[in-house]
Design a binder for this molecule. Structure first.
Ligand SMILES: Nc1ncnc2c1ncn2[C@@H]1O[C@H](COP(=O)(O)OP(=O)(O)OP(=O)(O)O)[C@@H](O)[C@H]1O
Ligand SMILES: [Mg+2]
Length: 377
């Protein structure tokens, strides 16, 4: 990697993405997780010298390890683990000297500003980073769609957010969050399959969800139509699936039941409104004069937004729920799984951006008060 190449790191609750500014897609996507042995006596198959396993060193089905995710409920709550992950990326994945590369890092939407101080501390003191820029992930996601203002609807791995943004600034009191996203849907699919006495390992559950799962345009109607047609078109209702391990299963309603908690969180015992209602609440919480602008720029992002039928359902529910006489426009780019990272990649390669860095000298001069001086949003 050339000296001075700007590196972009996105810290997702489930997956960390990394690559070079100016590139179209990240170079790597790694699970943002640490695995530690549950009991020392059980480590027969694993390298004994290792006390912890980082990112891709943790196989998704590894029963021997207990897993910890440094981001919880969308907030960095374990800096020690995150530091281990960043170290792994810098030293093992990239093998670079952080003194040679400016780093642009994304901030989780709900992360309190006070926690940014710790990011500066780790990057400058532990990694001797030359310069650093932090930016809110929702702002970057929207920016990659060509907007500085709008409503960003991000359904990722552990968290979903609806974030109103005005001229690159999230409107804090309009942010809505829901603790249901890809991971919870995978677990729900697992429960639905167990009712049919089908038990799949985590990676095959994810495969089923991503390849065959979908969102019903109208849930009740989909169920009823299937009930009525059951006797004579059962081959159309039951989908035979061949997994990459060659196992064959036949699934039906589970394929759309599993995504319904995004619209009806109570299915998972979560007493919150579904994504379309949260979008409307978020629009309504904005000042009257900007509501028209944000409702015409509703952007869907995050890996889980790739579910088939998701955009159509959001559009349909919004048009039936939204009472105001304003034009609603919902858009979703094909590469929306990487919107945040792509936003960082574009921003990192613009000239506008060049004097926005916080340098090592700034850090030496201002120390812990840096987050105040360089509050980016
Ligand atoms: N084609 C697909 N269809 C459905 N879900 C998908 C698809 N591709 C990826 N996903 C799901 O998207 C999730 C990962 O999304 P993403 O990378 O946006 O999350 P994240 O940024 O780590 O999390 P968050 O945004 O919640 O902090 C996983 O649960 C994954 O299974
Ligand atoms: Mg994300």
């Amino acid at each position: 990697m050339e000296e001075w190449t700007i590196l972009v790191i996105e810290n997702g609750t489930g997956f960390l993405k990394g690559g070079c500014a100016g590139d179209e897609l990240p170079q790597f996507v790694l699970p943002n997780v640490i695995g530690r042995q549950k009991k020392t006596g059980m480590m027969i198959d694993l390298e004994k010298s290792k006390s912890c396993f980082i990112c891709d060193q943790v196989a998704s089905s590894n029963e021997i390890l207990s897993l910890t995710y440094p981001l919880q409920n969308g907030i960095i709550n374990n800096f020690e683990d995150l530091e281990l992950i960043w170290e792994y990326i810098i030293n093992s994945v990239w093998n670079i000297d952080p003194d040679d590369h400016p780093i642009l890092m994304t901030l989780p939407t709900l992360n309190p500003t006070t926690k940014n101080t710790k990011i500066f501390e780790i990057m400058f003191e532990t990694f001797n980073c030359r310069c650093l820029y932090l930016q809110n992930e929702s702002v970057l996601s929207l920016y990659s769609n060509g907007y500085d203002t709008g409503i960003l609807v991000d359904v990722g791995h552990f968290m979903s957010y609806v974030v109103p943004v005005l001229r690159f600034h999230p409107i804090r009191n309009g942010i809505k969050s829901l603790e249901i996203a890809g991971a919870q849907l995978t677990n729900y699919l697992s429960d639905l399959l167990l009712e049919k006495e089908i038990s799949l390992e985590a990676e095959y559950l994810t495969e089923v969800k991503e390849k065959y799962g979908f969102v019903a345009l109208d849930f009740d109607q989909e169920i009823n139509t299937r009930k009525q047609n059951q006797s004579f078109t059962s081959s159309k209702l039951n989908k035979p699936i061949k997994l990459t391990n060659n196992e064959s299963i036949t699934l039906s309603n589970e394929l759309f039941q599993m995504s319904e908690p995004l619209f009806k969180p109570s299915l998972l015992g979560v007493q919150k409104k579904g994504i379309p209602e949260l979008i409307i609440e978020s629009i309504n919480s904005c000042e009257e004069e900007i509501q028209k602008e944000v409702s015409s720029k509703i952007v869907l992002t995050g890996g889980t937004s790739l579910l088939k039928g998701y955009q159509e359902r959001i559009q349909k529910d919004l048009s039936s729920l939204f009472q105001k006489k304003m034009k609603l426009k919902v858009s979703a780019l094909p590469e929306r799984k990487f919107s945040t990272w792509i936003g960082g990649s574009i921003l990192g390669s613009t000239a506008f951006f060049q004097n926005r860095w916080t340098t090592k000298d700034d850090y030496k001069k201002y120390g812990k008060s840096l987050t105040q001086k360089f509050a980016f949003y």
